[in-house]
Design a protein around this ligand. Structure first.
Ligand code: CO
Ligand code: CO
Length: 321
């Protein structure tokens, strides 16, 4: 994409941040993001609500407050499947209302496979903007949701798990990252923030490290994982995006001696509506974790620390500190 040089553009595509940010006055900026995908669960209402939580997540990851959204709908004309689109749209609309925002319009086309998502628009004070740049050596890395939704969704499509069995992952995908952002703000010590989605935990961490000019160490055994994920990796339920993420991670990650493929797959699993990944000042880390617990985020775990830039920038260790 061509670079943009305009003082009103505070964040553009070049830094691979979570959303675009456009200043409209000295103390206000618009934040916009777009996300859509194929059904991740069978229940259409739940799919719509997850799509909304996922789209809003990129606003929270910039420190923004959601304002409104527009639907993007691609859906088959087959009467049996068409009958489900209303529930999917209702699920998205209800989740937007929970976030204090509204769906105000959208666009639909016919497609062979259902797809649903949103353009989400929010606002932020320019001096309160949180980006993926700003992590400093010594910062603690905190994650607010377990990982493994890509693997579980693939297992669901294969009939290897039921929605019942992945209920904890579904509850997590339905959880707005609003509470996690509020905890980050209240702690006052968060230097960098992003959300974990399609590029997986390591991919999004690497983007943060590159934007901040630092490295990191992750304690693999501390990373929270949804129940049943390890078994499904062994059974081969690995989505294509996760396989590509594992290949990409090889160029920026040092793995511990004798690490198995399952661990690489797990840490690179493509997430939907994943948690926030925060680099927090070491002196503010315990206060942040306490606030996250209080808010009831699906996880609140310190998984590693920021280091000086190294080659490769990211080191995975299998000890427990
Ligand atoms: Co994001
Ligand atoms: Co996104």
């Amino acid at each position: 994409m061509p670079a943009v040089d305009d003082s009103r553009v505070l964040v553009a595509a070049l830094t691979r941040d979570d959303a675009a940010v456009y200043r409209i006055s000295d103390d206000r900026a618009l934040v916009a993001t777009l996300d859509f995908f194929t059904p991740i669960v069978d229940d259409p209402y739940t799919f719509g609500a997850i799509a909304a939580a996922n789209a809003l997540s990129d606003l929270y990851a910039m420190g923004a407050t959601p304002l409104f959204a527009l639907n993007i709908v691609a859906w088959p004309r087959d009467p049996e499947i068409l009958a489900l689109v209303g529930d999917a749209i209702r699920g998205g609309a209800d989740k937007m209302i929970e976030a204090g925002a509204f769906i105000l319009g959208g666009h639909s086309i016919e497609d062979r496979e259902p797809k649903l998502g949103m353009v989400a628009v929010g606002e932020v004070r320019p001096d309160e903007l949180l980006t993926n740049a700003g992590a400093r050596p010594g910062d603690r890395l905190v994650l607010t949701k377990p990982i493994g939704t890509g693997i579980l969704a693939t297992a669901l499509k294969r009939g290897a798990v039921t929605e019942q069995e992945m209920a904890e992952a579904i509850r997590s995908m339905l959880t707005l990252n609003a509470g996690a952002l509020a905890a980050a703000r209240a702690s006052g010590g968060v230097h960098a923030l992003t959300d974990v989605t399609g590029f997986g935990l390591l991919g999004h961490l690497h983007t943060m490290l590159a934007a901040s000019g630092v490295g990191a160490r992750i304690h693999a055994e501390l990373v929270p994982v949804f129940p049943g994920v390890r078994e499904q990796i062994t059974a081969g339920a690995v989505p294509g995006g996760t396989v590509r993420n594992v290949a990409a991670a090889a160029s920026f990650t040092a793995w511990p001696e004798g690490v198995d493929d399952a661990m690489r797959t797990l840490l690179c699993d493509a997430q939907t509506s994943g948690g926030l990944l925060m680099a927090v000042d070491r002196d503010a880390a315990s206060d942040l974790l306490a606030r996250l617990h209080e808010t009831g985020t699906p996880a609140a775990v310190e998984i590693g620390e920021v280091t000086a830039a190294g080659d490769p920038p990211l080191e995975i260790v299998d000890d427990i500190p």
